[in-house]
Design a protein around this ligand. Structure first.
Ligand code: ZN
Length: 377
């Protein structure tokens, strides 16, 4: 009303004139806002990466390269959440994360992107949500899937670099086969207890099987299940890993050899690695892990009191049909496209393709029995 009584308008038509004035003011304000937003967005874009553009190692040309790159992170646990945060904050244009698991309360000690409210939700989806809040200028995809011989090549194709954030050697041997075969650079990384390892693997150089020729026997290597993990280790290992990934995306020379970090002793070494002409993968080109000859279908999950079963056949019907059946036997619900079932100490998480995580046991035989009982073969 204050506006309607200002200015030189006549008493007979104050509203008309003042409405025009208000509209003009609005138009002006909208134009100013558009101008301010676009100017602000340009400044924000410039400032967002200004601290790394200042670095001679990156610079504005390097920043453009990062913006055009595609990083694929396999696994979204402790290493994955830290590596993803680095990649997304640095402005890597396309970031993909693939993970098969749901968030457990024991993950919160070291997996940086998750909170208590996320327990029970798929890691890849929650990570995607959080990372989009960090950087809306880039593309981010969270894929809830088990990386196996049927899909690994599809996931790595088109990647500028693949980052290993898995928790088992089985998947690493598979990723090594897929990346060597498709000539895609990848960075191996592992973290257990107080020690970690990182190695950048590029076409023509030594591959992971030049260093570890055979898949270790179950129980041969320590895991975070058996020896635990200090929560400062994953970010340190992911820092070295992602820096190597940045160098690859920037087209710069990567560090040759195997980094070995003992965080407790405060020691970092880089061990020279040579290509082995007899290597099954890069020497002989025998990509046996891609052919499923060594595929495990029932595995105990690292850091979790749980077993995963990948059925040989896809689920009959859809998750809703299974939910209706299981509802008669216990508590069943579908959250984030994933079926949860609870009954007297048994807890199942079933994914749309039939892959199932059985929580509360590490006994493979018991898990198979529970799977047959509730999901079927
Ligand atoms: Zn090799």
């Amino acid at each position: 009303m204050a506006l309607a009584h200002q200015g030189s308008c006549s008493v007979s038509s104050p509203c008309q004139i003042n409405i025009f004035n208000v509209e003009s003011l609005c138009r002006l304000w909208v134009l100013k806002a558009i101008y301010t937003v676009s100017a602000y967005s340009a400044i924000v874009k410039e400032n967002r990466y200004s601290r790394q553009i200042l670095l001679p190692e990156i610079g504005s040309e390097g920043q453009k390269k990062l913006g055009k790159a595609r990083a694929v992170v396999i696994g979204c646990g402790a290493l994955g959440t830290h590596a993803l945060s680095f990649l997304v904050r640095a402005g890597v244009g396309q970031v993909v994360v693939i993970d098969r698991d749901i968030i457990d309360i024991s993950n919160l000690q070291r997996q940086a992107l998750f909170t208590e409210a996320d327990v029970g939700r798929p890691k890849a989806k929650v990570a995607e949500e959080r990372l989009r809040l960090v950087n809306s200028d880039i593309e981010i995809w969270g894929v809830v899937a088990d990386v196996n011989y049927t899909n690994v090549q599809k996931f790595v194709r088109g990647a500028s670099v693949v980052l290993d954030a898995t928790d088992n050697m089985d998947t690493r041997f598979l990723v090594n086969d897929a990346c060597v075969k498709n000539r895609i650079p990848w960075v191996y990384a592992g973290a257990v207890g107080v020690t970690g390892m990182v190695m950048a693997i590029v076409p023509g150089g030594p591959c992971m099987r030049c260093v570890f020729p055979q898949l270790p026997q179950p129980g041969e290597l320590p895991t975070c299940d058996t020896v635990g993990i200090i929560n400062t280790l994953p970010s340190a290992v992911a820092s070295i890993e992602t820096t190597e990934a940045f160098k690859i995306m920037l087209g710069k020379e990567h560090s040759n050899g195997l980094f070995v970090l003992d965080l407790w002793q405060g020691e970092l070494q880089r061990i020279k690695v040579k290509r082995n002409p007899e290597c099954e993968t890069c020497g002989k080109g025998d990509f046996e892990f891609l052919q499923a000859r060594k595929r495990k279908l029932v595995v105990s999950m690292c850091g979790r009191n749980a077993v995963q079963i990948v059925p040989t056949k896809e689920l009959k019907g859809d998750l809703k049909d299974l939910k209706d059946t299981l509802s008669r036997q216990g508590e069943a619900s579908i959250v984030d496209g994933v079926l949860k079932f609870k009954k007297r100490g048994v807890e199942l998480t079933v994914f749309p393709d039939g892959r199932t995580i059985i929580s509360g046991t590490t006994d493979l035989a018991k898990a198979k029995t529970i799977f047959s009982q509730y999901v079927g073969d």
